[in-house]
Each structure stands twice: as C-alpha cells, then as structure tokens.
Design a protein. Structure first.
Length: 458
C-alpha cells in the first residue's frame, strides 16, 4: 500500500509539473536546436544527438511538448525510483524527502525548459534510480544504465566527470574493491564516454561549427585583459587589441565576442577564426602557448569567471536570471500563464536570491558531506551522487564561457539527493559522532554568510 501511495504521489507531481509548464519553455538555445530538428540538418554547436532525438520525437507532435514529456519522465522516474529504493529499505522519510527535493522551484523551472542540461540531468537521475534498486543489478538493468550514461555523455562536452561516479556505482563490486581498481575502472570507462559525443556527431553528419573556439577566444580575451598584453592572433582591422579587449571582456561570459550580442566586439568570433585560418595557425596550439606564457593572467581570468559562474562573491542582479518564459520564435510556441506556473515563477525567482540559487553553496555542501560529514560509506548511493555533482561543478572551472544557473542543475540535484542519503546513513549508522556534523554545519554557515555578505556589500 505504501508503494502504491508513493507511486501515485510521484505521478501526481509529474502531471502537475507538466500542466504548469506545458508545452515547455523554449529559450534561444532550444529554438536553434528545434530549427535543426525540423530540418534534419545538424551542426555541432548544440548536441546533434539531442537534435536528432527531437527530430524523432516529432512523430508524436510538433514543438517542445514531446521533449518536455521525455525530460519530465526521466526526472520524476528517477526521483520515483530513488524513493522506491528507500521505501524498500524502510526509509519512508527518505522517500518523502526525495520527492520534496524534486519540488524545489529552480529545478522545476529548468526541467520544464528544453535544454541539453535538463535532458542530461534527467538521464543521470534515472540512471541513479536504477542503480539504487539493488546491490547486484541484472544484465538488462546494467544495459539500461549504460545507455542512459552514454546518452548523457553525448549532451555536454563536460558531462564525463558527472557520469563516471555513477558508472562506477553500477559496476560489480569486484571492479571497485580497492582504490587502484577504482582508478583503473574509471580510466577504462572514461575512454568510451569521451568518444561518445564525437562518434554521435560523426554518425549524424553534424557540420563543424567551431564551437570549441568559443572557449579559446574567451580565454585569450581573459589573458589579454589581465596581462595587458595582446594574446590574440594578428587582427588586421584592430589597431589596439588590448584597448578594444578591455571594453569587451567580462568575467560573466564571452557573449561580447559572439555575434548575437547587442554590442558585438570588434575582436569577434569570426575575426579571430579568420585570423587563425589566414595565418595558418593552429588555434589549440596558440591557446596553450598563451596559457604557458601568461599563467598568472590565465589563472586570474579563470578564477574570476568561476566566481561568477558559481555565484560566490558577486551580485545576483549582474548575472543572467532564470528564463521563465519562452523567447520569441517563428513557431509561436509559448507557455501559457496559469496559477501553477505563476507560483513556480515567484518561488523560483525568490529562491534564486538565496543559497538554494547559489551553486557555490551546493558545491560547499557536497564537499563537506564527502570529506567532513561522518558516516558516508563506500557502499551507499550518497558517495557517487556527491562525487558526480561535485566533479561536474568543478569541470566548469577550466571549461566555462558563461554564468547561468542551468549549468549547475545536475550539481543541485545530485548534491541535494546525495546529502539526503548521507544524512540517512548518519541517522541509521552504528556511529553517531556529532563532531563532523557540527564542523560541516559551521563551515556551511560561513560559506552562506560569505555569499550573503557579497550581496549586501554590493
């Protein structure tokens, strides 16, 4: 009876989520992806695998609705599986807490937005739910987990750090019986995961867009800004690259170097790429050479951007906010206003100005629970979830070009659920030491206070 009641509760949450945000929020990225899904012609700026999947789902209906159904099915399916595993172990409070975590307003908005970040989070969450069902997974369950994890790896270039901890958790215990075996297994797992996106792109005949150059251009801009030395390749039409770059560079994002901004920089995406091509320069070699030549400037640039990316010492008002409405699009897809999404919008906006909306606080929580909190065992799901969320967040330190909360959706979900599982272990563990718990709570309070102080000081 408890299992039936729980299943009905999860189904009700999923239906209400659908009713609130149907047919799905379409932002600039998803509009561009849908255009390619309709045409069946892909480039690699956004994951071609997702565009192809959207193309296939169009058999069930036009627009974002089929993709929204898939995202919500993965999200609430994974949440339900985690809660079911908790119920089977007699942890009814953990099952309720898992569903409550799923109802946090920021994840509700982001999972209602058609994005690679949301689809990836859904794949990882469902994989975690399957892994949680039993100690020894049957072959078909391991195959399902493998499909979900490989799918996640095709959706974001930095997904691999998030996938590996869950992949290790799905392996038989003999492959993770020692640290050496864990490292060896992780190395073996990483190879196909790293190849997943390039192989998918090749199979779908996705045209190269130069998306990787966005990171190179942004880093060259950061190095130039902090070193006061021109790190760009020769730019014939820019007389003083250092001065021009000083007006264009921002620790928030690379957008001024792109072509879509209101005030595009003279040192733009096309200009830099053309310079590399006309001068027969290898962009990657030039980029690495600039980092080696100006390591302090590079570190300052990366640290400054990561600070904004995780919203540590910064003002929320200066950063991109949540997209709660669809952007204008040729197909006029939009989410109609209703009481449910009005409430979600209010709560999401308000919580985005609290620790629940500051990725720095989630990162701190994950690190504290892993390394300070007492009683997190290697056998539980808490550790792979925490590692997955934490490693994914840290991957943005060297590889990010923008500062949107959506990039940390999986970090919020994984660390939130991992922390709940860790607390359950502590409550039911043989050791009930309070010292680590007190230290973790104090440090967590200090991190939140630091974030709040930045907002007050600004």
């Amino acid at each position: 009876m408890a299992v039936v009641a729980f299943g009905l509760a999860v189904a009700a949450a999923a239906i209400l989520h659908w009713l609130a945000l149907r047919p799905g929020i379409m932002v600039w990225d998803s509009i561009r992806q849908y255009g390619q899904a309709v045409s069946g012609q892909y480039d690699d700026w956004h994951p071609p695998a997702m565009n192809w999947l959207w193309h296939e789902l169009s058999r069930f209906g036009a627009g974002p609705a089929p993709m929204l159904v898939l995202q919500l099915t993965l999200y609430w399916g994974g949440t339900g599986l985690l809660g079911l595993a908790a119920l089977r172990r007699g942890r009814w409070w953990l099952s309720v807490a898992s569903v409550a975590a799923g109802l946090l307003p920021i994840p509700l908005v982001l999972m209602g937005t058609i994005l690679k970040d949301s689809l990836m989070a859904g794949c990882l969450l469902t994989a975690a739910g399957v892994i949680a069902q039993r100690q020894m997974l049957p072959v078909w369950a391991r195959a399902l987990v493998a499909v979900l994890l490989v799918a996640a790896a095709t959706l974001r270039f930095n997904a691999v750090p998030a996938v590996i901890p869950l992949a290790l958790a799905a392996l038989p215990c003999r492959f993770t019986a020692s640290r050496l075996r864990v490292l060896a297994s992780a190395a073996v797992i990483a190879l196909p995961l790293l190849a997943a996106m390039p192989i998918a792109n090749r199979l779908l005949d996705a045209q190269p867009s130069g998306v990787e150059d966005s990171l190179i251009i942004y880093d060259l801009g950061g190095i130039t800004y902090f070193s006061k030395t021109d790190a760009f390749p020769p730019l014939a039409r820019v007389a003083d690259p250092v001065a021009v770059n000083a007006d264009c560079y921002s620790t928030i994002s690379w957008d001024r170097y792109a072509w879509w901004g209101d005030q595009p920089c003279a040192i733009g995406f096309s200009a830099v790429r053309d310079s590399f091509a006309s001068n027969a320069l290898n962009p990657t070699r030039w980029w690495l050479g600039a980092i080696v030549a100006h390591p302090v400037a590079y570190a300052a640039h990366r640290a400054g951007h990561f600070n904004r990316n995780i919203r540590l010492w910064t003002r929320d008002s200066s950063l991109p906010s949540l997209s709660l409405r669809s952007d204008p699009n040729d197909w006029h897809f939009a989410v109609g206003s209703n009481p449910l999404n009005q409430w979600i919008e209010v709560l999401a906006l308000r919580t985005s100005f609290t620790p629940l909306g500051w990725p720095a606080c989630w990162i701190a929580l994950g690190a504290l629970v892993l390394f300070v909190w007492p009683g997190v065992t290697d056998q539980s799901l808490a550790r792979p979830l925490l590692w997955s969320g934490l490693l994914y967040a840290l991957s943005f330190l060297p590889m990010s070009v923008a500062s949107e909360v959506r990039y940390h959706l999986w970090t919020m979900i994984a660390i939130g659920l991992g922390s709940l599982h860790a607390f359950d272990e502590w409550v039911h563990g043989a050791s009930r030491s309070r010292s680590g718990l007190v230290v973790a709570a104090v440090v967590m309070f200090l991190v939140m206070a630091l974030c709040a102080a930045a907002r007050i000081a600004a």
